[in-house]
Write a protein that binds this ligand. Structure first.
Ligand SMILES: [Fe+2]
Length: 505
């Protein structure tokens, strides 16, 4: 009898331990007692400041401590912001940190609800003429599994470029911007985001229509943003480059107010390199290239970039990799004074085919320097869905190009190098990463030639923004009716054939 009781007690104890273990293993990430949705973002002077944002489940004291070579230096810094602001069922904490030393590697600790500490690290700009960064786009996942595929791409980029100063995430962090998706994002990406400075770019899936989602996920410099309802535009310097981040969720993708901001912003820097990050793409062969906003960007934003000497525009949104030749006035130029546009490919698992019905109507192949589509299939114009154009030549289908894309960019004085890669999707039984270079190019320039031509304030009041919407709507209406609609009508027969024969729109 005694042995039977002991046996049952042992079984119950084992079951309790097993259940406890399973509960721990399967517990949702946000049930942990740690802070989550952690980010360290560019915010102001990249040599001396950063923005931090994190979440807790409950309204409890939570704090960040910052360390320089293991010494707690928090009390020597200026921390400013909000803590424990209720947001969608959780509590958001958002702080700017000023007073950091240039060229210094810091670590930080954030204490969460249950006293558990999460650690992270970042490095400030050292003021020389070098900067290196990673570009990824369009993880746009809903399931934890797909977020994990996205972070695999990001981690491959960092493994190849461990000295990267920051990562530019070109938008569409999630698919529907729900709490559940941001929690999955956090579970997959917190380990990555807490190890590097992030420059987030708002995508149309990042809370468009749910006001203030984006600014409540990241601590960004909103002082010059033309509006913060569905994203933020901001700028910063790093190395000898000036970076402007656009918000293409603005009215008509980028309102005239935001274009004016970009125009002033790019003229207010004497940095050698000028780079624009944005979510939507002016040049694309993906499914979104046929809509008025892409043409609007091609007819307006590109002019501002040309006028202000922008060298490189990196974007996302259309889930394929594409690079244009150097363009000015929508034409290829050989004098080195054009703008290069890179559609960065998707780091995630949702990928778009070439919409070949757009060719000739919204884009011509002669403007392209590289194109890689990250999924299988063929189309009707002789363009394999995995292809690489270089001087007009095409590569054919390559299974190693079915995967997530990442971009590593390095600026060293007067040389900018961009290399782009696909990390092949792991198939059943595969464990080894296969990484294939899909594009590489270099821009060179004589440094020290840019001068500041704008020194005024660059802010837009709410009234100015509202008043600016009227001419913005008028400009878009003119483009839509006079430029886009005739092209769309000309394209329509080919589009309808594609819809009927391939069920692709
Ligand atoms: Fe998008």
């Amino acid at each position: 009898m005694k042995k039977t009781v002991q046996r049952w007690l042992a079984i119950l104890l084992a079951a309790a331990l097993l259940c406890g273990g399973m509960m721990t293993a399967n517990a949702a990430y946000v049930d942990d007692s740690a802070a989550f949705r952690i980010s360290c973002t560019v915010n102001g002077d990249t040599a001396s400041a950063r923005g931090f944002c994190w979440y807790t489940k409950t309204d409890v004291p939570t704090a960040i401590r910052i360390f320089d070579a293991g010494t707690d230096v928090t009390d020597t810094l200026t921390l400013d912001g909000v803590t424990a602001k209720p947001w969608n069922g959780y509590y958001m904490h958002r702080l700017t940190v000023n007073g950091l030393a240039a060229g210094t590697a810091y670590t930080y600790e954030i204490t969460g609800d249950g006293g558990k500490t999460v650690t992270g690290s970042f490095r400030t700009d050292d003021g020389d003429d070098k900067v290196s960064f990673i570009g990824i786009a369009d993880v746009q996942a809903s399931s934890l599994e797909n977020f994990q595929k996205g972070v695999r791409t990001a981690e491959a980029a960092l493994a190849m470029n461990p000295e990267a100063d920051f990562v530019a995430n070109l938008g569409d962090f999630t698919n529907d911007s729900t709490n559940e998706e941001w929690d999955y994002y956090a579970e997959a990406f917190d380990g990555f985001d807490s190890g590097i400075t992030l420059a987030p770019i708002s995508g149309n899936h990042d809370g468009l229509g749910v006001w203030h989602w984006f600014e409540n996920m990241f601590c960004l410099d909103t002082s010059e943003s033309v509006q913060n309802l569905n994203g933020v535009n901001y700028s910063y310097d790093y190395g000898n480059a000036h970076f402007a981040v656009l918000n293409t969720n603005d009215a008509l993708s980028v309102s005239l107010s935001q274009l004016r901001w970009l125009y002033n912003d790019m003229r207010s820097t004497d940095k050698d390199w000028k780079i624009v990050f944005m979510h939507k793409s002016p040049y694309t062969l993906g499914k979104d290239g046929k809509w008025p906003d892409a043409l609007y960007l091609k007819e307006t934003l590109t002019r501002v970039c040309e006028l202000t000497g922008v060298d490189l525009v990196m974007s996302g949104h259309d889930h394929q990799y594409l690079r244009t030749k150097s363009l000015r006035n929508n034409r290829v130029v050989e004098d080195g004074k054009g703008v290069t546009y890179v559609l960065s490919g998707t780091a995630g698992s949702k990928r778009y085919e070439v919409r070949d019905f757009m060719l000739g109507h919204f884009l011509t192949l002669d403007k392209l320097a590289a194109l890689t589509v990250q999924k299988g299939g063929e189309n009707d114009l002789g363009i394999p869905h995995q292809c690489y154009l270089e001087d007009g030549t095409l590569d054919h289908y390559d299974p190693n190009r079915i995967g997530g894309v990442f971009n590593n960019i390095t600026i060293d004085g007067g040389t900018l190098t961009l290399k782009s890669y696909v990390i092949k999707d792991l198939e059943e039984g595969e464990t080894e990463d296969v990484i294939t270079e899909i594009d590489s190019f270099t821009l060179t320039k004589e440094t020290g030639k840019n001068t500041v031509s704008y020194t005024g304030k660059n802010k837009t009041s709410g009234v100015q923004y509202a008043l600016g919407l009227v001419p913005s709507v008028m400009v878009l209406a003119v483009y839509t009716l006079g430029n886009w609609f005739p092209r769309f009508l000309c394209m329509l027969p080919k589009l309808l054939v594609t819809v009927v024969t391939k069920d692709v729109f």
